[in-house]
Design a protein around this ligand. Sequence first.
Ligand code: GRF
Length: 206
Amino acid sequence: MAKDKPLPIVILISGSGSNLQSIIDSIAGNTLNAEICAVISNKANAFGIERAQKANIPIEVIEHSQYDGRECFDTELTRRIEKYQPELIVLAGFMRILSDDFVTHFYGKMINIHPSLLPKYRGLHTHQRVLEAGDSEHGLSIHYVSAKLDGGPIILQKKVPVLENDTESSLAERVLVQEHIAYPQVIQWFSEKRLQLINNQVILSQ
Ligand code: GRF
């Protein structure tokens, strides 16, 4: 049977891009039927740019310091994203707060991965906060992006245990291993058109 058309996606990054790498690898390994039309970074020195270059993916850098305020940056970001006509926008370590207009414009078509079991620990330094709180479990959440920071409808969560001698970095590493499995999986659900967002409720069909 002929394979369906790969899902066109654009990935937004600011840093290391290990999640980007897991998506690149899943496509190469045929477990994810998607095409990365472009990687967009708001940082010229993000390591993820090198990963994209190696995989021959078009790269766009939009340095926010060059723009006069959030709206101007978001207008340019919208223009660059739309150039590629993606069906899904994947935030993978993109460290920018997006304006309400931007988020509303792409609502239902933009997802994020966050290193905590939302609604716990929205925002930054999640691993440190989990250790400080003495939690016995931690994890990740993949969610639709909504106007509320890290507050959009949740698509998938994965738990990891917190171990006795964990440091911030050992815990972050354990969560990342799961992130790299979960994110390509969720994107594949989009590719298979199995996800629906109805009245802000996520529905996954079999
Ligand atoms: C990940 O922990 C992700 O959950 C968070 O930012 C980190 C990005 O890591 N949003 P990488 O750039 O994909 O390596």
